[in-house]
Design a protein around this ligand. Structure first.
Ligand SMILES: C[S@@+](CC[C@H](N)C(=O)[O-])C[C@H]1O[C@@H](n2cnc3c(N)ncnc32)[C@H](O)[C@@H]1O
Length: 208
C-alpha cells in the first residue's frame, strides 16, 4: 500500500488531513500511541487538577485511554476525532465500561458543544493540525470553555520543520493563547518525553 508524504500537508485542507489520519490507523502507523496514560495526565491527576471537573472535551482523542480515565473520575466526556477508527474505538471503550459519553466523528474546527465545559484536554491534537489553522483551533478551545475553565495543553516540541507532529513553540502558543484571554502559569512546565527526542510540554491555561 502506498503511503502519502506526511510532510507535504495542504495548508487549507483539514479534511484531507483527516483522510490521512485514517490511513495511519489503517496502516497501523500510530507511533504516537503510548499504550498507557500520558505522564502529564497522571501528574495533573495526582495533583488533584481533575477532581472537580464535570464536563471535559478531548479533541483528537484517537485511541487514547484518557477519555475513559476522565469518565472514571466522574466527568462527562465529549471525545472527538474525525478518523472513524478512533471514534469507533472510543465508542466501544465507553460501551464496555457502561459509561454514557459523547463520541463524535467530527472535525474539531467545526464542532461545538451543547454548552460550555470545565476543561479541554489536548493531547497532541494541536500538533496534528496544520499550523495554518492553529489560531482557529485556539479560538475553538476558548469558545468551548466556560470563563475560568481550563485547557490542559500538551505542546509538542520536535525542534524540526514540517509535520505532523508540528513543532509548537511557546512564543507562537503565547500569540495564539493570548494572555489577554488566558492566564498562563509560571514555568517550568511538565515535560512528557517521547522516543526519539521529541517531548510535550504540559501547560494548564485558564480561560479568562
Ligand atoms: C497524534 S494523534 C493523537 C491521538 C490521541 N490524542 C493520542 O494521544 O493517542 C492526532 C489525532 O487527531 C485526529 N485529528 C486530526 N485532525 C483532526 C480534526 N481536524 N478533527 C478531528 N480529529 C482530528 C487524528 O485522527 C488523530 O487521531
Amino acid at each position: 500500500m502506498s503511503k502519502k508524504n506526511h510532510t507535504d500537508t495542504p495548508a487549507n485542507a483539514p479534511f484531507e488531513h483527516g483522510a490521512d489520519w485514517q490511513q495511519r490507523y489503517d496502516d497501523a502507523s500510530t507511533r504516537w500511541e503510548r499504550g498507557g496514560l500520558n505522564p502529564a495526565f497522571v501528574h495533573w491527576d495526582n495533583g488533584g487538577q481533575f477532581n472537580t471537573l464535570k464536563r471535559v472535551i478531548v479533541p483528537g482523542c484517537g485511541r487514547s485511554p484518557e477519555p475513559l480515565a476522565f469518565a472514571h473520575k466522574g466527568a462527562h466526556v465529549a471525545a472527538l476525532d474525525f478518523a472513524p477508527t478512533a471514534a469507533a474505538f472510543q465508542r466501544e471503550a465507553f460501551a464496555k465500561a457502561g459509561i454514557d459519553a459523547k463520541v463524535d466523528a467530527a472535525d474539531v474546527l467545526k464542532w461545538t458543544p451543547e454548552a460550555p465545559v470545565d476543561a479541554v484536554y489536548d493531547q497532541t491534537c494541536l500538533c496534528a493540525l496544520t499550523p495554518a489553522v492553529w489560531q482557529d483551533y485556539a479560538d475553538q478551545i476558548h469558545a468551548w470553555l466556560k470563563p475560568g475553565g481550563r485547557a490542559f495543553m500538551l505542546f509538542m516540541q520536535t525542534g524540526k520543520e514540517g509535520g505532523p507532529p508540528f513543532h509548537s513553540p511557546l512564543e507562537r502558543m503565547h500569540e495564539m493563547f493570548d494572555p489577554a484571554r488566558w492566564v498562563w502559569p509560571d514555568e517550568p512546565y511538565f515535560r512528557a518525553d517521547h522516543d526519539g527526542g521529541k517531548f510535550e510540554l504540559g501547560v494548564v491555561l485558564t480561560r479568562r
